[in-house]
Design a protein around this ligand. Structure first.
Ligand SMILES: Nc1ncnc2c1ncn2[C@@H]1O[C@H](COP(=O)(O)OP(=O)(O)O)[C@@H](O)[C@H]1O
Ligand SMILES: [Mg+2]
Length: 170
């Protein structure tokens, strides 16, 4: 049997907007192998963010299944889903979602601290060096360029050593 890190089966997400139903995902069968790098390309509004949110356990599907690391997300409670997201998923949001009151370093280590884990300072330093964030360590997000904010969001996602890195970029 193949080992899939991500598998979706007949995945549907419909958004209700007044009398209108937006079928953002309408029966997606999608599989990714462990250690594979996959890019999903599609025009604006085609459902890329919706798909990543479903895989990351950030929102519930209308129908179908999402299986990540062999775990069917439909079987998890809301709290288990939050823990799954925090421990297993690195998520780079389209709008970065940095915490505005925390500096770059504090943002990067926040998920690790929220999980009650010890921060591997050497590893975080290495990530910050590679992403050229060292000199912005103490800076607040609003003082950064778009690219710097995005790199801080990437650093935050990587620092927690997730099993799966989901990047919702434009
Ligand atoms: N929370 C929501 N409520 C209603 N409609 C939504 C919501 N999120 C996304 N949509 C709609 O679902 C479709 C797919 O959106 P999205 O997944 O953001 O696409 P993409 O990331 O490819 O641009 C779009 O038509 C969008 O307007
Ligand atoms: Mg999007």
């Amino acid at each position: 049997m193949e080992s899939w890190i991500v598998e979706t089966k007949n995945l549907k997400k419909y958004y209700q907007q007044g009398a209108n139903t937006v079928k953002a995902l309408d029966g997606v069968d999608f599989r990714v192998k462990a250690e594979e790098f996959v890019a999903i390309i599609g025009k604006s509004g085609s459902g890329k963010s919706t798909l990543l949110h479903m895989i990351g356990g950030l929102d519930m599907p209308t129908d179908g299944e999402v299986i990540v690391g062999g775990k069917n997300l439909a079987g998890l409670t809301k709290e288990q889903l939050a823990i799954f997201h925090r421990r297993k998923i690195g998520f780079v949001f389209q709008s970065y979602n940095l915490v505005q009151d925390l500096n770059v370093y504090e943002n990067i280590i926040l998920p690790i601290e929220l999980d009650g884990k010890r921060v591997d300072k050497k590893f975080v330093k290495e990530i910050m060096e590679v992403l050229q964030l060292e000199e912005k360590r103490e800076a607040l997000p609003r003082t950064l360029s778009g690219g710097q904010q995005q790199r801080a969001a990437i650093a935050r996602a990587i620092a927690a050593t997730p099993s799966l890195l989901l990047c919702d970029v434009n």
